[in-house]
Design a protein around this ligand. Structure first.
Ligand SMILES: NC(=O)c1ccc[n+]([C@@H]2O[C@H](COP(=O)([O-])OP(=O)(O)OC[C@H]3O[C@@H](n4cnc5c(N)ncnc54)[C@H](O)[C@@H]3O)[C@@H](O)[C@H]2O)c1
Length: 385
């Protein structure tokens, strides 16, 4: 017979020993947890850039009515003036500026969301740090390790922090799975962590999530100090795409890892964690025209946690989690919150000091090192930067 558990504060309070009881066939992780605390004033957010992801993955979440107790988008900086004004009108943002300098000169902010091509991070992000307030950017940190190191050296002297948008960590399913994996590692009830397999077949990553995009024919001003964009460069392609899984693997391991092998086809990254656990990332074993079939299997000696993730820009849909133990399968019913929205909530919570940023820039540099090492195994030393 099933029993419904309502978790007000999962996972901070909940350590679901409930899982060990076969009577708990349905777990309802209550939306209240995912919404976070509303005991303080809404944080004041400024946007630097409202291009494709800026609008559809970020602004529409921060500016939604149901986030009003969490945050207030007080201003947009956008160098495409017509676009900035149109978007401000659509989302009810009171003020628009032409660039980040005007934004910082005129607004008192708690945090900045700067969704930009990652090749521009090396020139723009150190400028943003100068305002001394936390910054959110998309992934990856940069194209090369050298550029990432430059960003981190600016961060060190800034006294602030930088959350990098690895949204998969914020999917309610991943948050649930991560808490359960950590609990199982600690309790040992399924034996030792044995193996992690992430499978990433390319598919429809947008899933209708760009239907409301406001487009512009205004050109984006060139940035002479940005890293080059080269869609033929295997490193550029890899850090744009599979860097998500590179990051997720470390999150699920709960510790650093190194690359130990790649097959000739480049489909397989084999890793070994610091404590000696094997992990693999299957990269494009197949592709799908419709749908998104990303998954992660976290295997213990006597059971597993399986995570299935939806398309990155999907709306109002979390992933799903299945936990298999010797007593049966459990699958929590998660709230209808998509990862990008939960990521916005998590950034606001981090700004209020309730949680650490989900992935900071210091850790994001590790991803670039893994990408470099993987390409070394796959393509040889000349492709390493
Ligand atoms: N998480 C995911 O699944 C996922 C998917 C796709 C893309 N991405 C990431 O999204 C990023 C691209 O983001 P986007 O689509 O929002 O970029 P974009 O290029 O569409 O938008 C950037 C905007 O910023 C403006 N801008 C540039 N410099 C500015 C400044 N100094 N002041 C004010 N405005 C400025 C530009 O005019 C432009 O409108 C990439 O890093 C990519 O890796 C992530």
């Amino acid at each position: 017979m099933g029993e419904t558990l309502i978790f007000e504060h999962f996972p901070a309070k909940l350590q679901p020993s409930h899982f060990s009881s076969i009577s708990c066939s349905l777990l309802v992780a209550k939306a209240a947890y995912f919404a976070g605390s509303m005991s303080q004033k809404p944080v004041r957010i400024g946007f630097v850039g409202v291009g494709g992801m800026g609008q559809m993955a970020h602004l529409r979440n921060y500016a939604s009515a149901s986030m009003a107790e969490q945050c207030e988008v007080v201003a947009i900086a956008e160098c495409r003036t017509k676009l900035g004004n149109e978007i401000a009108k659509r989302y009810g943002v009171p003020r628009v500026y032409n660039n980040h300098e005007e934004l910082f000169a005129n607004e008192k902010l708690d945090g900045v969301v700067a969704s930009q091509g990652f090749n521009r991070h090396v020139s723009l992000v150190p400028e943003l740090y100068k305002a001394g307030i936390p910054v959110f950017t998309e992934k990856p940190l940069s194209v090369t390790v050298a550029a990432g190191e430059k960003i981190l050296s600016a961060l060190k002297t800034s006294g602030t922090w930088h959350m990098v948008g690895y949204h998969k960590r914020s999917d309610p399913a991943t948050m649930f799975a991560k808490a359960e994996i950590d609990r199982l590692k600690q309790s040992g009830e399924l034996g030792k962590l044995n193996y992690i397999r992430i499978t990433m077949p390319p598919g429809d990553w947008i899933a209708g999530g760009f239907n409301d995009l406001i487009k512009s024919d205004e050109p984006v001003p060139a940035d002479p100090n940005a890293e080059p964009v080269d869609w033929k460069d295997p490193l550029f392609i890899y850090v744009n795409y599979y860097i998500h899984q590179v990051n997720l693997l470390r999150h699920l391991f709960g510790e650093k890892y190194k690359v130990v092998f790649s097959d000739k086809s480049g489909k397989l990254l084999v890793a070994e964690s610091e404590s000696g656990v094997t992990g693999i990332i299957e990269q494009a074993p197949f592709s799908t025209k419709q749908g998104w079939q990303e998954s992660a299997l976290v295997a213990f000696e006597k059971g597993y946690v399986k995570l299935d993730l939806p398309a990155p820009v999907v709306h109002n849909q979390p992933g799903s989690v299945t936990v298999y133990t010797e007593k049966g399968y459990f699958s929590p019913q998660l709230p209808p919150i998509h990862a990008m929205r939960q990521q916005a909530i998590n950034f606001c919570r981090a700004l209020r000091g309730e949680i650490p940023p989900m992935c900071d820039a210091v850790e994001a540099l590790e991803d670039l090192k893994i990408a470099r090492d993987y390409l070394h195994f796959w393509k040889g030393a000349e492709s390493c930067q």
